[in-house]
Write a protein that binds this ligand. Structure first.
Ligand code: CA
Length: 318
């Protein structure tokens, strides 16, 4: 590469937001180090250039060069983006990465990105999330009827079909809403982030597994022209930096969640228990319908659903 370049990256994460903003910072750091300073990333937190969920449109239009965020926030732009972050009872982190790299996921993501002038790259994964914090016990699927539950994405649609009153409340307001009973239950991320928010002080029961987000993907999307204008070595560096960021993030989440789970159990006496098998079976029956309904919204979504579910059925047997 000749000459120094800077790409402006907008993110959905407030500065210092544990693990998520850290991942965006890794991407910034690795890119600069690997290119010996020839390519730097100028990271902008929400509000510094655009709002947290305005990053997709900002990069699509060229207002910013790239973003770090999660695809499922942009199902309004295209419903098929739901498949690229988290599918209820879908792939784990490992399986989703395999689908992208060896099962046709990346090509389909690129094809979808063409519509919006975006080149997408996997750039993070939360690993399996927690099932959520509940003020009351869950003993049957009927207990979801009327339950005021915060859950975004396809998982929320699933609980809605089971009769829950599904809300989408920003992370920063969760503790208060759960503590004062505005909601009866919430999912957030996993032990590390949940402990940081003090959710164990607002609700007694923590259920697992996180069936709604078995391995949520974070994505780095680059404006197509900005990416194409990079010389090949810098394109390769951006791709490699995203891959290392992905690996780092899932390892960091796993390690931090492991320690935080023990803190919740041993120091705070949190009641951490599995959802009854009958409840999981009831949720799964509805979840499969919800995932296939998204595939019926248009031809592109149908092809992505077909690819995802075919890959997942095969890898599941292995
Ligand atoms: Ca979550």
């Amino acid at each position: 590469a000749t000459g120094k370049r800077t790409l402006t990256m907008v993110t959905s994460w407030p500065r210092g937001f544990a693990v998520l903003d850290d991942a965006a910072s890794y991407l910034e750091k690795f890119t600069s180090e690997m290119s010996d300073g020839n390519l730097t990333i100028d990271k902008k937190a929400p509000g510094e250039l655009v709002g947290a969920l305005e990053v997709f449109d900002a990069v699509s239009s060229g207002q910013a060069d790239m973003y770090h965020s999660a695809d499922y926030y942009y199902i309004g732009q295209h419903p098929a983006y739901a498949y690229f972050t988290a599918v209820p009872f879908g792939g784990t982190a490992h399986e989703v990465i395999d689908w992208y790299e060896h099962g046709g996921g990346q090509q389909l993501h690129d094809e979808l990105g063409e519509i919006f002038n975006l080149k997408g790259l996997l750039s993070g994964n939360s690993g399996s999330q927690s099932g959520g914090w509940f003020r009351n016990e869950i003993n049957s699927a009927a207990d979801f009827n009327g339950l005021k539950f915060r859950m975004p994405g396809l998982g929320g649609k699933v609980l809605g079909k089971l009769g829950a009153s599904v809300q989408n409340i920003p992370g920063g307001e969760l503790f208060q809403a759960l503590n004062d009973g505005t909601i009866d239950a919430t999912e957030w991320v996993g032990p590390y982030n949940d402990l940081a928010f003090g959710l164990h002080k607002a609700a007694k029961y923590c259920y697992y597994p996180g069936w709604h987000e078995p391995g949520s993907v974070l994505e780095c999307m680059v404006n197509k022209q900005a990416f194409d204008e990079l010389p090949e070595d810098l394109q390769a560096i951006v791709e490699a930096a995203c891959r290392v960021t992905s690996q780092n993030m899932v390892a960091e989440f796993t390690a931090r969640n492991d320690r935080a789970l023990q803190t919740l159990r041993n120091e705070h006496g949190a009641d951490i228990r599995p959802l009854p098998v009958e409840v999981l079976e009831a949720i799964k029956g509805v979840a499969d319908t919800v995932a296939s309904e998204v595939g019926q919204t248009n031809a592109m979504a149908g092809r992505i659903f077909e690819s995802y579910s075919t890959y997942r059925d095969g890898v599941d047997q292995w």
